[in-house]
Design a protein around this ligand. Structure first.
Ligand SMILES: NC(=O)c1ccc[n+]([C@@H]2O[C@H](COP(=O)([O-])OP(=O)(O)OC[C@H]3O[C@@H](n4cnc5c(N)ncnc54)[C@H](OP(=O)(O)O)[C@@H]3O)[C@@H](O)[C@H]2O)c1
Length: 292
């Protein structure tokens, strides 16, 4: 039986891993922790926790994800996304644990024409991206047995995310402004959870850096339009706006599109198309009745 530590287990991704877990209950035991049980910024406690538990894998879902707030809380963002990850890497090294770490499209500056591959040089343009890149670097410098999986535009039936915000706003407003000059790929956290757990289940030894999001590339404006279309909400009007008309504390990359080719080929993976995954989540959020 493999023993797997899930950190940040009450976040979107952690909750989705809990949903996937029963499928492999014969071969994997999951231990769920969040901030209260295991604060990854506390080196001593992290080390002791690893020492006492004899994990085979750690899937790190713990992160500071408040992209705009990170511009004010720089130390906190780095403490969790960089130093916290370093503590996990140190414990993984000490107790021979395979680390599966989740990172972000925000490590890129978004200036590339075309999709980003794993070979492209990161160049973050905000604090969140810089803190996540530092976390990646610690893992790569310290470990041989790791997976770093960069993902983008994560949503799910849990927590706060773009899909849930759009559904809420559609009940409150007649029109909404959404940016159309930032493009990327949405990721259903449930699909990502399936992929991460499959790395454990299949005992993959293809360690390294990979990209994972749903297939298809769109703007936030197109994402909003599809949410309203699938939710059969015809009363809300979407105004497509440019990023400069919606200034935010953190600058966002214009292009967040990442190639999934390496991931698909290495793991013989069929990644769901974004509109199909969106349908699955909308059924969970609003049931089947409103959906077209
Ligand atoms: N959300 C996105 O759009 C997005 C995009 C690209 C990449 N990612 C990456 O995907 C991963 C999962 O994201 P997510 O959306 O599931 O994030 P999330 O919902 O914000 O979950 C993160 C979890 O980590 C916990 N946490 C924070 N500080 C911690 C600490 N010191 N020790 C232990 N746990 C701590 C949080 O607890 P509190 O809630 O109490 O703080 C939360 O439960 C992250 O690595 C993130 O950077 C996310």
């Amino acid at each position: 039986m493999l023993k797997v530590l899930i950190t940040g287990a009450y976040g979107q991704l952690g909750c989705c891993i809990r949903d996937v877990a029963p499928l492999c209950k014969e071969s994997i035991t999951f231990v769920y922790t969040d901030f209260l049980e295991l604060d990854i910024t506390n080196y001593e406690k992290t080390n002791v926790y690893f020492k006492e538990n004899e994990f085979d894998y750690c899937i790190n879902c713990a992160a500071y994800t408040a992209v705009d707030k990170a511009e004010e809380e720089i130390d906190k963002a780095f403490s969790i996304n960089a130093e916290g990850v370093k503590h996990l890497a140190e414990s993984c090294l000490a107790y021979d644990v395979i680390l599966i770490h989740v990172s972000t499209d925000f490590v890129f500056d978004g200036l590339k024409l075309g999709v980003y591959t794993e070979k492209d040089k990161p160049n973050p343009i905000n604090t969140y991206g810089a803190s996540k890149l530092k976390g990646e670097q610690y893992v790569q410098d310290m470990l041989d047995k790791y997976f770093i999986v960069r993902t983008s535009w994560v949503y799910s039936e849990y927590g706060q995310n773009f899909v849930k915000t759009m559904l809420r706003l559609s009940n409150e407003r007649d029109e909404i402004n959404v940016v159309s000059d930032q493009v990327g790929s949405p990721t259903y956290a449930g699909d990502l959870a399936n992929f991460l757990v499959s790395l454990v289940f299949n005992k993959s030894k293809d360690f390294g850096l990979y990209h994972y999001s749903n297939l298809g590339e769109i703007s936030w404006c197109e994402f909003a339009a599809e949410i309203f279309k699938q939710a059969n909400n015809t009363s809300i009007n979407i105004n497509s706006i440019k990023s400069k008309a919606y200034p935010t504390p953190a600058i966002r990359p214009k292009n967040s599109c990442m190639s999934k080719e390496l991931t698909q080929q290495t793991f013989k993976l069929e990644i769901p198309y974004w509109t199909d995954s969106l349908s699955k989540v909308l059924v969970k959020l609003i049931g089947g009745t409103n959906l077209i």
